[in-house]
Structure formats: C-alpha cells, structure tokens
Design a protein around this ligand. Sequence first.
Ligand code: UDP
Length: 236
Amino acid sequence: MEKREQLYEGKAKKVFATDDKNAVIVSYKDDATAFDGAKKGTIVGKGVVNNKMSNFLMQILEKQGVKTHFIEELSDRETVVKKVEIVPLEVIIRNISAGSFARNYGVEEGIVFAEPTIEFSYKNDDLHDPLINSYHAVALKLATKEEIEQIKAMAFKVNAVLKDYFLGLGVKLVDFKLEFGRTADGEIVLADEISPDTCRFWDKDTNEKLDKDRFRRDMGGVEDAYKEMMKRVFGE
Ligand code: UDP
C-alpha cells in the first residue's frame, strides 16, 4: 500500500490517498477540540490510543456482523480504511443521561434509560451541527429512507455489542457518536472512529470519567484517562 497525497485534514485526523482508488490512509493526531472548535488543545498520545482502540473495536463489530470501513492497521497512528462518502449525519446513541441531553432536557447526568435512545445531528460546520430528525434528513437528501433505517439498526447493534464488551472491562458506555459512509458499491459501513473522543466512558464502580469530558470540562488527568482506557482494552 503506497501512501500518496493528503486529501483532507480534519480536527483530529488527516486522510491520504493511496495507490488503491477504493482505500485511503487515516492518520490520527493528538489535536483535540471541543465546543464546536472553540476550545483547542493537545492530548499527548491520544492519536495512538484512538487509532488502536477504534481498530480493535471495529474488528469486534465485524465479527458480530457489523460492516465497517476498517482494512488494516499500518502503525501506531495510521490505518488503511475503505474510501467512503461520509453520510453527513452524526448518529448519537445514549444509554445514560449526560452532556447535551442533560442540558437540553433539564435533568441530571447519570439517569439509566430503560431503552437506548438515538438522535441525529446534521454534520455541517456552518450550521454548527444542528439536531435533525430522520424525515428532515431524507427531505434534505442526506440519506435515503432505506439508508436511515439501516443506519439506525446498525447503530443499535453497535451499542448492544459495545455496551456488553465495555461492561466486561468495568466501564459503563454512557453515550457515543457514530458516522457512516457509502462505499464505491453503495454499501453503508460504519466509518470514522470509536474512541474516548467520541464515547463517554464511566468507571462502573466509581463513575470516574475516562474520556474527552476531562478535556472539555478542564478536569485534568486527560492523558491518564486515555491511558487507562487503553489498559482496560489491551491489558498492561
Ligand atoms: N460527540 C462527538 N462529537 C460531537 C458531538 C458529540 O463525538 O461533535 C459524542 C460525545 O463524545 C458524547 C456523545 O457524542 O459521547 C453525546 O454528546 P452530547 O450530545 O452530549 O454533546 P456534548 O455534551 O459533548 O456537547
């Protein structure tokens, strides 16, 4: 696999072309942003944690029948993935109230839901990623009705698999954000990343936060939290 020109640089990753027109290389950075880019910083070692953890989780999900973009891990920070057209929706699943849910609906964090919830945001920086419902997404032609149904089913399946998996590591999967893409053949696959940047992880016994909220909320111990999650997943 030959790495060619940079196609794109996002907040946390760079994307490079390869000699395969259906594959790209993603390179994970240590750069962190929050609050729509208003807060910027560095979380030393984050790129390595997110790359390795995301790849590992995607392989678990593949075994459980969830199609993903993952092809091959090249190094600590670089991975070959299927080239996809990203569906411009952030798909958020919640098991426990936190973050914007608690804020928007005036409830405390930590309420355990009887059933997981799903919501969508329209990925659009100029509009600041507004909440959107599935009818609006179809009206705006962000995805077809069939694709939305498939994305919903895949997102709940991801939750069922990962919730159990993390509980086995002594971690509550509070909520998380997924992104999906269309391959050249028009297949919907799980894309982007699954990491402490995109999930809320709370220790099962102490509710200690082990994710990017430590950065968002200036709690300190951010690097240690990422390292702790790495240790839970991969051992010493
Ligand atoms: N999330 C994300 N990217 C975003 C917005 C949210 O990865 O642009 C994740 C976030 O880490 C959390 C979940 O989605 O695990 C729900 O986030 P929420 O809507 O509560 O937003 P926040 O409180 O972070 O503003």
